[in-house]
Design a protein around this ligand. Structure first.
Ligand code: 7TS
Length: 420
């Protein structure tokens, strides 16, 4: 074994496999809400952060903060090093070939807007098509609508099935020589469906389209390997994967990012400026105008380090078993309809309960100390498809357990009593 192989083997043997014990790492979970222990089932909206991530951010603020990429002084150098270290950790997390291909953004929403505004404007013209699916979050619909309006292109939604999966045959039929961009959610926030994005990417590429994957809900649960997926762009948010808010990532293949015009202008993204002509910084800085969320990026780097210390196979098995347990428990409740029953799902249970409005349900559960999200989950076309205005959604992370599920079931029974 080479030295680095020995190092990797040692790293693997030290991985945390006792997933249930990780709950202790999340201080926010250990509190009472209205006098009852908190049950946090809203991680798909925003996941909680482990102490290690909070500590990394506090340490940066207390000892190292200064602006990056510009100071000769020590604090600026420390900040810059920590920021670029975080970029490299994210590169590793995504298995991106090069840190130049990792752009820090505000989150998934900004990452998709960046691609739509820069790449979309560059390649789209009248009659061209952008293909999405009917299960997209609004942030993978509206940026495309905006750029379609400006370029004369058309947004095409690929159909889904009653179980909440992409209809692959119909998807293939939607791919035409006019399809320039295909934008697909990796894991649906409203249904929990894990889409076969590698297969869909290959089909889109065969049709000559460029592919963006929305990984907001995949990054907290799945192994992401952008080289294996062969996607052209991948977007994610720090706060969905146990990191801070206000920071996210756009991965893009270097050849595409190099060809694309800047998204925003300002400091940091330029090499030289005169009133006659401006030249731009090389990647990734060309797409990072202005002072970024430095502490957020450092927190995201610490998040990736934290996740790298956990055995992913053990974590996924734990999450799959918890989802199966929760699904079985909820199916026992009379009048409860689960929305989204795909064969491959990740940690999301959307449901409606009899005639009880989702918001009423959410309010009753809250009084029992149980946090779920209710509403359309920023995926109104999905709600339309299933013929419901809203659902209640319990979303899980590895820090949840069967007690949380049992409390949810008791809370739902309580709500039924109140409404009977
Ligand atoms: N894409 C998906 C699949 C999402 O679930 C979300 C947020 C976004 C994009 C946008 O992410 P942001 O970090 O830029 O806001 N989804 C949710 C949700 O399900 N509940 O609240 C936000």
């Amino acid at each position: 074994m080479t030295g680095s192989q020995q190092g990797a083997a040692a790293e693997r043997t030290n991985l945390v496999t006792d997933i249930a014990a990780l709950r202790a790492d999340f201080p926010i979970l250990h509190q009472e809400i209205y006098g009852k222990p908190l049950v946090y089932l809203d991680s798909a909206a925003s996941a909680q952060r482990p102490q290690a991530v909070i500590d990394a951010m506090v340490a940066h603020e207390q000892r190292n903060h200064a602006n990056i990429h510009r100071g000769v002084h020590l604090l600026s150098q420390r900040s810059t090093d920590a920021f670029e270290y975080a970029r490299d950790r994210v590169r590793h997390f995504l298995n991106a070939p090069n840190a130049r291909e990792v752009i820090f953004t505000r989150g998934t929403t900004e990452s998709i807007n960046l691609v739509a505004a820069s790449f979309g404007r560059m390649v789209l013209g009248p009659g061209d098509e952008v293909l999405v699916t009917r299960m997209e979050h609004h942030s993978n619909i509206v940026p495309w609508q905006l750029i379609c309006e400006q370029t004369g292109a058309r947004l095409v939604p690929a159909p889904i099935t009653p179980s909440g999966e992409i209809d692959i045959e119909a998807f293939e039929q939607c791919l035409t020589p006019r399809t320039k961009i295909v934008a697909i959610v990796h894991v649906s926030n409203a249904l929990g469906t894990i889409n076969p994005v590698k297969e869909l990417t290959a089909k889109a590429h065969a049709a000559g389209a460029t592919v963006l994957l929305d990984g907001a809900q995949a990054a907290p649960h799945l192994q992401i390997d952008v080289q294996d997926l062969d996607c052209d762009f991948y977007a994610l948010s720090g706060h969905k994967m146990f990191g801070p808010t206000g920071i996210g990532v756009l991965y893009g293949k270097q050849a595409l990012l190099d060809a694309m015009p800047p998204y925003q202008g300002g400091g940091e993204m330029i090499l030289t400026v005169t009133f006659e002509a401006t030249t731009y910084s090389p990647l990734p800085h060309k797409f990072e105008a202005g002072t970024p969320n430095i502490t957020g990026a450092i927190g995201l780097g610490a998040t990736v380090d934290y996740l790298a210390g956990i055995d992913l196979a053990a974590r996924q098995q734990y999450e799959d078993e918890l989802l199966a347990y929760a699904t079985a428990q909820l199916r026992e409740i009379p009048g409860l309809r689960i929305i989204g029953e795909a064969a491959q799902k990740a940690s999301v249970l959307s449901f409606v309960l009899g005639d009880i409005h989702a918001h009423d349900l959410g309010t009753i559960l809250d009084r029992d100390g149980i946090a779920v999200r209710t509403g359309h989950h920023c995926a109104m076309p999905v709600m339309d498809y299933f013929g419901v205005p809203a659902t209640a959604r319990a979303s899980f992370a590895f820090y949840n357990n069967r007690d949380d599920v049992d409390r949810l079931v008791t809370g739902l029974e309580h709500a039924m009593e109140l409404f009977s």
